[in-house]
Design a protein around this ligand. Structure first.
Ligand SMILES: O=C(O)CCC(=O)C(=O)O
Ligand SMILES: [Fe+2]
Length: 354
């Protein structure tokens, strides 16, 4: 059943009927989902737009009715937040010591950075831009053995770990420790075949999936390939959490779709400007109550940005000259950060034999 539906949605001619695909950016009254409560008491951590998230009282969350533990949060990111993660995925996570699919082909010489090389206006740069398929962070996923090992472990980006830990708290899951990630880079003709993610020693910890750029069709099946999958759209900024029973369910991406939603484009001087202490006596600032956070409404000379963003990355995200190549990449691409916990709670490392 999974393969059958995968083929159906992958088909180019004639194009498949997409009317049965769940779209949680609009379809939130569907009987296929149940609205879930968000733990609003956690809002203190992101009042100043930490990691590019909107205040929690603006989030919505759904669970699939017949797939316990499949949680879907339609885009909780600010436009600036989306740009931040896109820059991280393209410019930073593609640097050594992270592993890239390109390593095997010898496409990059020692010390050469993928994004910088692509940005040189050469034929080689253009072809390299299309060739990046995946990057692994933290415990590097071994695609052949499907095992993680201490011998193949790099640093895990602190900001991504904090983002996942925070979201886990907000959605009421146990402490989550981000230890491995696959960043997937898709173009308009890319697909990801049905699979389960079972390499992790800890299969109870949820899996966090963040998507940016073009939309995708996501199929979520059952524990066996014989079950008919649910089909849903994933748009830019959407978060999927595979927890509970759905953690080990078959899933795949039969199609990337251009759906003309570009929420990362709304960056203006106020985007992402959600301040913990927007107004004090010395700053005259027109604010609006914005749930438990307050959004600065005044165009000020000094725009406030979340303190966790480095000035270099804010520059890349907001100056149109710097942002343009990232925006161009997104026009025909989708990026997915897929984050996992590998170890059991309180474990510091993997046993030798693994
Ligand atoms: O791109 C996606 O949404 C899914 C990626 C995925 O399933 C994986 O990396 O294991
Ligand atoms: Fe997966």
């Amino acid at each position: 059943m999974f393969k059958h539906d995968f083929k159906f949605y992958k088909r180019r001619r004639p194009p498949p009927d997409l009317s049965g695909v769940l779209d949680l950016s609009k379809d939130f009254c569907s009987s296929a989902v149940i609205a879930r409560r968000i733990n609003q008491t956690c809002d203190d951590m992101i009042r100043d737009g930490h990691w590019g998230l909107k205040p929690v009282d603006e989030w919505r969350m759904y669970e699939l009715t017949d797939r316990q533990g499949l949680l879907f949060i339609p885009n909780p990111f600010t436009a600036l937040g989306q740009r931040y993660w896109v820059c991280r995925c393209l410019k930073d996570f593609t640097c050594k010591p992270q592993k890239l699919n390109l390593d095997a082909h010898g496409d990059l010489q020692d010390g050469q950075k993928w994004w910088d090389t692509c940005m040189k206006d050469t034929e080689r740069g253009k072809s390299l831009l299309q060739k990046l398929r995946w990057v692994t962070l933290g415990y590097h996923h071994n695609w052949d053995t499907k095992l993680y090992s201490e011998d193949s472990r790099g640093p895990f980006p602190e900001d991504l770990a904090v983002l996942c830990q925070y979201i886990a708290r907000v959605v009421g899951l146990n402490d989550f420790s981000a230890e491995a990630a696959i960043v997937n880079y898709y173009h308009m003709d890319s697909t990801l075949a049905g699979h389960t993610d079972h390499s992790e020693l800890n299969k109870e910890a949820p899996l966090f999936s963040f998507s940016f750029g073009q939309s995708a069709l996501f199929l979520l099946g059952g524990l066996s390939v014989d079950e008919k999958p649910a089909a849903m759209f994933i748009h830019s900024g959407d978060i999927i959490i595979m927890s509970g029973v759905s953690r080990l369910c078959y899933h795949g991406i039969p199609r990337i779709l251009s759906m003309d939603k570009t929420p990362w484009n709304a960056v203006d001087s106020r985007a992402g400007c959600i301040q913990r202490e927007c107004c004090d006596d010395s700053v005259v600032c027109d604010t609006e109550d914005y749930g438990s956070a307050r959004r600065c409404r005044k165009e000020t000379n000094s725009t406030f940005y979340p303190s966790c963003f480095s000035s270099e990355i804010i520059h890349s995200c907001t100056e149109s000259y710097f942002w343009e190549p990232f925006g161009n990449y997104l026009r025909t691409s989708r990026i997915n950060m897929n984050v996992r916990q590998v170890l059991q709670p309180a474990m510091k490392s993997l046993p030798q034999q693994l």
